[in-house]
Design a protein around this ligand. Structure first.
Ligand SMILES: NC(=O)c1ccc[n+]([C@@H]2O[C@H](COP(=O)([O-])OP(=O)(O)OC[C@H]3O[C@@H](n4cnc5c(N)ncnc54)[C@H](O)[C@@H]3O)[C@@H](O)[C@H]2O)c1
Length: 358
């Protein structure tokens, strides 16, 4: 048995709790510290993890030489400094995305990571999903011919403007950067051209729906549709999330209901339908790959790199910027947005609910 890996978690909101729970379940981690600036959250931390030292000042974690890994799950405004500090003090880093609250900051974080021998990764969780891995290996076998078109859609009644995550940017940046990343991951090339259309739903200052299409350097064509605008006030909420990949000979697609993902593969030799648990944010997988890397001393190739997060974030911003040049209409009223926020404040079970603010 290897020794437990000693970790300090910073930020115990919605995401931080997912990490805490997965690390506790895996039995590979000693959660030495939990840091949160919110007193009520620290109280919760003491209940959830009685053996951890619960602190309000992250310096206690950074100054403890025995802490091997820091988990950065607060908000984007604190992350660049935390990444730089952790690496300079000899600690490996598991970071949430985005890795900073500005493009410059993100590239500074990438430079710090790439100049260090320590391991760092970022939760671009789609890369660790069974369904995208399955589809990619089907494509790599040549089953759909040449990859030509990647169509991605993610529409949910999720995080509304003004509820939190302000440093993470509008919906297409905060959530959409995952879809920018996975589209590029499939294409295996750099973005070449793009044209984006967005709408300022409910007359909010920023767009909360955006659709972008364009090309990659290798000629592959893409379209990405993302928005947290999908029927927030409907009596019974739903969502629409899929990927649809078209080759010169066959297709591969996936859809999910957040519980089960269904992959359908129509290749030249094989027709396959696979239905398996969705897997949520795949944090168990990310933590396992990271623990494997620390134990073996060899970085696992499936770990997303900080560079991947900087690139997808930068393109998400570019697509938002492009949308601002294309009319950017406003539809609806701020009153409706207020009703949405009110409903979400009292919801117990909804899409992307943040912890209640105390
Ligand atoms: N990879 C993904 O799929 C995914 C999904 C959702 C959120 N996220 C990212 O995770 C991060 C956290 O999101 P969340 O939904 O958990 O938010 P949240 O608001 O629920 O939690 C943030 C927590 O951090 C604490 N905090 C804020 N600043 C702090 C600081 N300087 N030091 C210590 N604690 C601090 C807050 O008190 C809160 O408990 C965001 O940056 C978001 O972009 C990623």
């Amino acid at each position: 048995m290897s020794a437990l890996i000693k970790v300090g978690l910073i930020g115990l909101g919605r995401m931080g709790r997912f990490y805490l729970s997965e690390m506790q379940k895996s039995g590979r981690w000693e959660i030495a510290y939990i840091c949160d600036t919110n007193p009520a959250t620290r109280e919760l931390a003491r209940q959830l993890s009685p053996a951890s030292k619960v602190v309000s000042d992250e310096r206690e974690i950074f100054n403890d030489k025995s802490v091997q890994v820091v988990g950065l799950f607060a908000l984007a405004n604190s992350r660049k400094e935390q990444i730089e500090k952790a690496l300079s003090l000899g600690k490996h880093v598991i970071s949430e995305k985005p890795i900073a609250d500005s493009i410059c900051g993100e590239w500074d974080a990438v430079i710090a990571a790439e100049n260090s021998k320590l391991f760092s990764t970022v939760n671009l969780y789609l890369r660790n999903s069974w369904y995208h891995k399955r589809i990619k290996s089907f494509i790599e076998k040549g089953e759909i011919g040449e990859l030509a078109i990647i169509r991605v859609c993610h529409l949910t009644p999720g995080l509304a403007p003004g509820e939190g995550h302000e440093y993470e940017g509008p919906s297409f940046h905060d959530c959409g950067m995952h879809y920018v990343d996975i589209t590029k991951w499939y294409a295996g090339a750099d973005f070449k051209t793009w044209n984006a259309q967005a709408v300022r739903m409910w007359n909010y200052k920023d767009p909360w729906f955006l659709q972008c299409h364009g090309t990659f350097e290798n000629g592959v064509v893409f379209d990405i549709t993302q928005g947290h605008v999908y029927g927030q006030l409907s009596k019974d909420q739903t969502h629409n999330s899929y990927i649809d990949i078209i080759g010169t000979k066959g297709i591969a697609r996936m859809t999910h209901d957040f519980k089960t993902a269904v992959v359908e593969l129509r290749g030249v030799n094989e027709t396959i339908r696979e239905e398996r648990p969705f897997g949520g944010k795949n944090i168990d997988r990310l933590c396992d790959l990271f623990a494997d890397s620390i134990e073996s001393g060899i970085r696992h190739p499936d770990l997303p790199a900080l560079r991947d997060a900087a690139i997808s974030s930068e393109y998400a911003w570019k697509f938002l910027e492009n949308a601002r040049q294309n009319a950017l209409p406003a539809i609806g009223e701020l009153d409706t947005l207020e009703k949405i926020r009110e409903r979400r404040r009292t919801m117990k079970n909804g899409y992307g609910l943040l912890q209640q603010r105390q």
